[in-house]
Design a binder for this molecule. Structure first.
Ligand SMILES: C=C(O[C@@H]1C=C(C(=O)O)C=C[C@H]1O)C(=O)O
Length: 462
């Protein structure tokens, strides 16, 4: 505790010394002040209020945002174009002051639901349909180095801002490096209903197969929602810790607005953009895991040679390449499929890499790539329309995307899979499976069970 209090006093002193580096005053624009934290961070406190977090254990990457310095929302078919316009205006006037030369910058969250136009009778929840959000206080950690980032509209009064930021430091800094919470004994979760249930799922798979037989669709991804109730209030810090322990190669995403918490542990990047380099995952084709290593190897070999899974995968890899070909000056052919192994499932996975044309940003990439046939279907428009008509649930942010946007509007987005919407002791889990010619309703149901197990296992420890 003494160490945290010393860190708090040091950061407050550094804030007072460096706040003058920001050019505040009347007019539009944002300013971020980046202060070095004395040591790395592996977890971040869950304090009340709006918050987002991205935690990737294998990469040693953590990005957290608290509060709202600026926020732009949009809905409907133009949602990403609208947010792009607003983000460009922000980026044109977003100062970065990094007096400790940490190399970190301010960042925002871009996140959006699966569909730009939710069904009229659906429950909207507290998460907006699409949002670009600059947090007031952010934490960033990578490779053992960490920084704390304060962001404000430049029109703020400097004296007021100093007090406001000091109050933020007082809330967050004493909780940094708090010892990890003890693991809880796993708690029983009461299963609620699945929507669709097994019978309706069968029907749905058969109608999808009819569309495929008639050549109206090549692939469509069906999903289901499972409600679970805990005996205690789910603790989000414990949940993120359990997910990142069980799925260290996945991005653990946690977003809170008002009463709604959206949590995911996803293996799938929509893309990573670093300067003019782009890398996207094509993940489709799934099998279970086995404890016995010989059996596990047989399952892997079966997945690699299964015609139905390879077809399902090819559709995604080709669609990702086609989407990127419009904004790349050079594109490598998909590299794969190789195998991506997680605790509860294994997938066929190809990497698609390219070199972008100048001026391409995360908003354009999101527009071109989302939704891929890994979560929607092929052809894109027809699959979307068929799902809208036939899928019995509203997906919300499941199969949407979320990630981090840098001040130059490059960044990284993750496909929101293996996720749940959580309120108090209630959790709604989502999972889906790709249907192509040759799919069987019972095995596809089984596949969703394995995918749902990612979140339900972690929830028992939360
Ligand atoms: C739709 C989901 O996963 C997607 C579908 C997959 C498949 O059908 O094989 C595999 C990975 C994901 O791209 C999900 O996890 O809910």
């Amino acid at each position: 505790m003494l160490q945290q209090l010393q860190a708090l006093e040091q950061l407050k002193a550094r804030l007072r010394e460096t706040i003058s580096s920001l050019a505040l005053g009347p007019g539009p624009g944002y300013a971020s002040l980046i202060l070095e934290l004395p040591h790395g961070l592996t977890a971040a406190p869950d304090i009340a209020g709006p918050r987002f977090q991205f935690l990737h254990a294998h990469r040693g990457d953590l990005r957290v945002g608290y509060g709202i310095a600026g926020e732009w929302r949009a809905e409907g078919p133009q949602r990403l174009e609208i947010l792009r316009g607003q983000a460009r205006a922000v980026a044109a006037q977003w100062q970065q002051s990094d007096p400790d030369e940490t190399g970190f910058t301010g960042f925002g969250l871009l996140g959006f639901a699966a569909s730009p136009s939710p069904k009229p009778d659906s429950r909207a929840g507290d998460l907006p349909n699409a949002v670009f959000w600059l947090p007031e206080l952010a934490l960033a950690a990578h490779g053992g180095q960490a920084a704390l980032i304060l962001t404000t509209a430049v029109k703020a009064d400097r004296q007021w801002l100093l007090g406001h930021w000091e109050a933020w430091l007082e809330r967050v800094v004493p909780l940094l490096d708090a010892p990890a919470l003890d693991p809880l004994t796993p708690a029983h979760l009461d299963p609620g209903d699945s929507e669709p249930g097994p019978e309706d799922w069968r029907e749905l798979v058969f109608s999808a197969l009819d569309e495929i037989d008639e050549d109206r669709l090549e692939k469509v991804v069906l999903c289901r929602r499972l409600r679970l109730q805990g005996h205690r209030r789910f603790d989000l810090t414990r949940l993120s810790a359990a997910l990142s322990y069980l799925f260290p190669s996945c991005q653990v995403v946690s977003i809170r607005r008002d009463q709604d918490n959206f949590v995911a542990a996803t293996p799938e990047r929509l893309f990573t953009q670093h300067r003019d380099r782009i890398e996207a995952d094509a993940i489709a084709g799934t099998a279970c895991r086995a404890e016995d290593s010989e059996l596990d190897a047989q399952i892997t070999a079966g997945l690699q040679s299964c015609e139905k899974n390879l077809r399902e995968h090819r559709v995604v890899a080709e669609a990702v390449s086609a989407a990127l070909s419009h904004c790349c000056r050079h594109l490598d052919p998909p590299d794969g499929p190789r195998i991506l192994q997680l605790n509860n499932a294994q997938h066929l996975w190809s990497l698609v890499r390219g070199e972008l044309k100048p001026g391409v940003d995360v908003f354009e990439l999101a527009e071109r790539l989302h939704p891929t046939p890994a979560t929607n279907g092929q052809p894109r428009r027809e699959a979307r329309a068929w799902l809208r008509e036939n899928e019995p649930i509203e997906r919300g942010w499941y199969t949407g995307a979320a990630g981090i946007v840098a001040p130059d509007l490059t960044g990284e987005l993750w496909v929101l899979l293996r996720c749940a919407r959580i309120q108090d002791r209630m959790a709604e889990l989502y999972a889906g499976a790709g249907i192509v010619a040759g799919s069987d309703p019972a095995s596809e149901w089984e596949e969703t069970e394995h995918k749902l197990a990612a979140m339900s296992t972690a929830l028992q420890f939360a």
